[in-house]
Write a protein that binds this ligand. Sequence first.
Ligand code: FES
Length: 105
Amino acid sequence: MARHFVCKSEDIVENGMTAFDLAGGRTVLMLKFEERIFACDNVCPHQEVRLDEGMFDEGILTCHQHLWQWNVATGEPVGLAECPLKTYRVHMDDDSVYVDPDVDP
Ligand code: FES
């Protein structure tokens, strides 16, 4: 599937995260840390909880429900998390941000 336009770079604040709906009904969570933008599923791999209701700091995403955490650059679990987070490849074209939700990073 072709990559999807998500937002402009300035739509995501540094050390912050915002969820965006893609065409087709999928939602991605976009995160910015140290001027880099990352993308992942917005649903916790533990239970059906929205991750944009959690916390994001220093590149680590935390689900508010049971405090599982992931490194958003790799999707690798940190601390209590028992499985990885699904991440997506991010493409930049000037200040436009795209993801390909069907291709691993
Ligand atoms: S539902 Fe997210 S850590 Fe349990």
